[in-house]
Design a protein around this ligand. Structure first.
Ligand code: FES
Length: 126
């Protein structure tokens, strides 16, 4: 019987990808993330935040706040907004546009999150 590679042994031991063992895949997070909640996950090599809206629709965004790099997966959903827990910037979940928070009118008001559907297959690299 052939011996499993070290990579496969680690993957089996950890139950996932040894490159990001602490993060669920998008599909796993989709099953675990209830309406109104956020959760860190991964797609390919990217760390993302999954946001499940109250109506069950879900979107993904990079898990890094454009303000100061805080993890958006530590934030929360407020209606149609994702709010970063670190300093309170908020983002519209339909457009990704910055929608509020401290100094929203003068401090980088055009910032926008790159949203993507949580229900579509991963994009292949260009
Ligand atoms: S890091 Fe998100 S609001 Fe500052």
């Amino acid at each position: 019987m052939p011996e499993a590679s070290l990579h496969a042994q680690i993957r089996d031991l950890l139950g996932g990808d040894p490159d990001s063992p602490r993060l669920p895949t998008v599909a796993q997070a989709r099953r675990r993330c209830p309406p109104g909640a956020v959760m860190a996950c991964r797609r390919g090599g990217r760390e993302l935040v999954l946001v499940t809206r109250a109506d069950g629709r879900a979107v993904l965004a990079p898990d890094r706040c454009p303000h100061d790099g805080g993890p958006l997966s530590d934030g929360f959903v407020d209606g149609d907004q994702l709010v970063c827990a670190r300093h309170g910037w908020s983002f519209d979940l339909d457009t990704g546009a910055r929608s509020g928070g401290p100094d929203a009118a003068r401090d980088r008001p055009s910032v926008r999150l790159a949203l993507e559907s949580a229900d579509e297959p991963a994009r292949s690299p260009a």
